[in-house]
Design a protein around this ligand. Sequence first.
Ligand code: NOJ
Length: 569
Amino acid sequence: MLSGCAGRVCHVLVLVLCLSAAEDFDWTKNDRGSFYYGTFPTGFSWGAGSSAYQTEGAWDKDGKGLSIWDVFSHKKGKVFLNDTGDYACEGYYKLKDDISLLKELNLNHYRFSISWPRVIPTGIRSDHVNEKGIKYYDTLIDQLLENKITPIVTLYHWDLPQVLQEKYGGWQNISMVNYFNDFASLCFERFGNRVKHWITFNNPWSVAVEGYETGEHAPGLKLRGTGAYRAAHHIIKAHAKVWHTYDNQWRNKQNGVVGISLSGDWGEPVDITNLKDIEAAERYVQFYLGWFATPVFHGDYPQVMKDFVGRKSAQQGLGTSRLPTFSSQEKSYIKGTCDFLGVGHFTTRYITQKTYPPGRGSTYFADRDLAELVDPRWPDPGSEWLYSVPWGFRRLLNFVKTQYGNPMIYITENGVSEKMKCTELCDDWRIQYYKDYINEMLKAIRDGVNVKGYTAWSLLDKFEWDEGFSERFGLYYVDFKNKNKPRYPKASVQFYKRIINFNGFPNLREVENWKRKATETCSSSNQLLAADPLTSHMEMVTEIVVPTVCTLCILISAVFLMFLLSRRN
Ligand code: NOJ
């Protein structure tokens, strides 16, 4: 009798233990701690990133088709100062130079994206495959490997072939799933013998919300309240299909991994003792990263999204929710399609509850019933939206750990831009940002978060979407006014390099020393750059002024000669 009872107690205990193994994120404890000196696990991978449209240029060269960003940026008024990515960093022609920058940094990996219309000009594989485009990526991959740099390849960093947008409405249309799968299969087929890390989508939140809801990004559609949800639905299905294709057809032969890269700002409750604030902050994160992460890890949208969008849709008199639903077959097909999670993270917001009345038009933003706030003391060295809040990074990583069963994580983007309009290579604020954010990542790893690699965003200054070239995220400064687009190292190059070489942070004295040394070396390059207007001026003299003067001289001499001849007659 006693033993039977003890057995039951044991059983209950085991059950309780099992249930509590699915951890809960603790919203009420934000232990910030001080700077942590220590090292990253052996084999931790350090990298830097880029994307095709932002850096390659060569927008219409060697058989490349148009992307939605080519078309969008060529329309007046869409991008700051009407900048375009036509030339960008001319990365297409400067492969060797850029690889030497990666080597200079001593990086383990390089994250870049493949431009879909460069390899399949119309987006439809059966139409035509552009071998010149394939060759470009072949060379890039080969050269990386020759230099012992692992390629991490993104298949979709926002440059949808324009034909697919025009013919089908882009990500509003379910047919994208198969076209994207055909493109991905081509990449596995042609590059998969050498590429072992694949990212299907980069930051689908942005594609959905900024591309199809607010229209700030290509293709510039403003389908408020429905466009983003529909685009996201198709993107998630496309991601899952590509993961299964790899799993069924390539994994055995190629032994790689396929993940997705999600961006997520952190949302911290304004008051961590107030349940309403905590719920609002959780909604913020679920509507952001959770929107995509929950389906790929658990098979469906976050419950809170289904509840909120469903309720608001009903209040608006709609028969069904504006948030599409997955069938049960789809749910099991999508669940578990993530070998690793890519996390792109830049900033944090304070969040509080705010109710949006249903009548005032439906939007993704109103569906969340919350308000975003910032602390005026947070440094904001770069883009308007980018406040430096390092502790938010550790919070986000711990949230991912608890929600999705401690998945393998690669940080696919983290970095800061600069407001500075004049040239400045001594970027001490970027050094500070990297130092503090990388340190919070180290703390998260000590918390047990499974982070395998870190990608500084970005290697170069580049085309920053609707902000054009006005926001510079690069470790290397690019002189866009010069047609050769020369690159110059900012001070942060030296600092990041030391973190990499030490695989962490040794002690206060050393790290302060790194900072000092890094800022010392940048001033001489600053002077070099200051001389650049002179170089451009010289170029103008040799390329425009000299030929024009010569032509004029020849013309004048000819006229003069004719005049002399006519007088002799
Ligand atoms: C995320 C995007 O993926 C990337 O292309 C962009 O440069 C950064 N955000 C900074 O805005």
